[in-house]
Design a protein around this ligand. Structure first.
Ligand code: GDP
Ligand code: MG
Length: 312
């Protein structure tokens, strides 16, 4: 028998947009059906880097990530590429302001057959966001998109998990978002494959570009050295050069950087596994939390710690 989720996935893979949107909603609700369907589906990235190119876009709120995504969509569509955007908003359990802003920012592309834009919100699930993003990206991969953009704010633990699904991570900074030293302290160098210094139409951008480049050189890491690019997403300047850089990074992943790419993919898969097992254990704990045990915890007869260790 084919499950409803399987049917949704089958239709989504056949190109039906509404089924794709519904399948993503199932993932968001942590319904296991889509994951089960994906297990027997051709997810191209399982074979190695190449297609789709999954590009993560992260950085502080207001840096211009969505505006940049909008420009990247524009360039991709001009090249007849199919592009999907997943806007992940960990801060808001009920898709709040940021996502609404994104609708406005990228809205002009909705209705274009080559473009699919979707937001994911946390809905109160800790860790569920990276798991949901990973499954949604697999779904978009199987559905045949050429380019998948994953936008998320900041650098907290859940965002790092979200960025792990990407082949290439673009960290977007602005002259206002702090200097190179702060960027390094925030751990952004570890996750950046490409830096975009956006709002280059404003003063201070050249200086930030130079300081970042110097910090990267001083860091003397092996392997891929993240290039730093000035962009003005608002004016559409520097975006093509930035895209070239992301493509070079993908080519590096497929060649010299294959081991690095495989390690990151592996880390993402292990994280997904642990998240899924964690979610299942939590659900199981909920169902075994009977009235007696709940009362015992609430009245301090036993501590949550003792209860978690099986004491009653
Ligand atoms: N001056 C200037 N403003 C920009 C640029 N890119 C984005 N913005 C503006 O910055 C604000 C935040 O942009 P948005 O893309 O929503 O940022 P996000 O929160 O990182 O997604 C918006 O008002 C944009 O119009 C740029 O290159 N130059
Ligand atoms: Mg945004």
């Amino acid at each position: 028998m084919t499950s409803r989720a399987q049917q949704r996935v089958d239709r989504a893979l056949a190109g039906d947009r509404r089924s794709l949107a519904r399948a993503i909603t199932l993932v968001e609700m942590r319904s296991p059906g889509v994951g089960t369907a994906l297990a027997t589906t051709t997810v191209r990235r399982r074979a190695g880097p190449g297609a789709p190119h999954v590009v993560g876009i992260t950085g502080p709120p207001g840096a211009g990530k969505s505006t940049l995504a909008d420009r990247i969509i524009e360039a991709a569509v001009a090249a007849q590429q199919r592009v999907a955007v997943v806007a992940v908003d960990p801060s808001s359990p009920f898709s709040g302001g940021a996502i609404l802003g994104d609708r406005v920012r990228m809205g002009r592309h909705t209705g274009n057959d080559l473009v699919f834009i979707r937001s994911l919100s946390s809905r109160g699930h800790l860790g569920g966001l990276s798991a949901a993003s990973a499954e949604v990206v697999d779904l978009l991969d199987a559905a045949g998109f050429d380019l998948v953009l994953v936008e998320t704010v900041g650098v907290g633990q859940s965002e790092l998990g979200v960025m792990e699904v990407a082949d290439t991570v673009v960290v977007v900074l602005t002259p206002e978002s702090g200097d190179a030293v702060q960027t390094m302290k925030a751990g952004l160098l570890e996750i950046a494959d490409v830096f975009a210094v956006n709002k280059a139409d404003r003063p201070g951008a050249d200086r930030l570009v130079r300081d970042l480049q110097r910090s990267i050189e001083l860091n003397q890491a092996k392997g891929w050295q993240p290039p730093v690019h000035a962009t003005s997403a608002a004016e559409g300047r520097g975006v093509d050069a930035l895209l070239d850089e992301t493509r070079k990074h993908l080519a590096w992943c497929a060649g010299e950087g294959l081991e690095t790419w495989r390690t990151r993919r592996g880390d993402a898969l292990i994280r997904l596994y642990l998240d899924l097992v964690g979610e299942a254990a939590r659900a199981e704990a909920r169902t075994t939390l009977d009235a007696g045990l709940e009362e015992a915890i609430r009245t301090h007869r036993i501590t949550p710690h003792q209860a978690a260790q099986g004491k009653r």
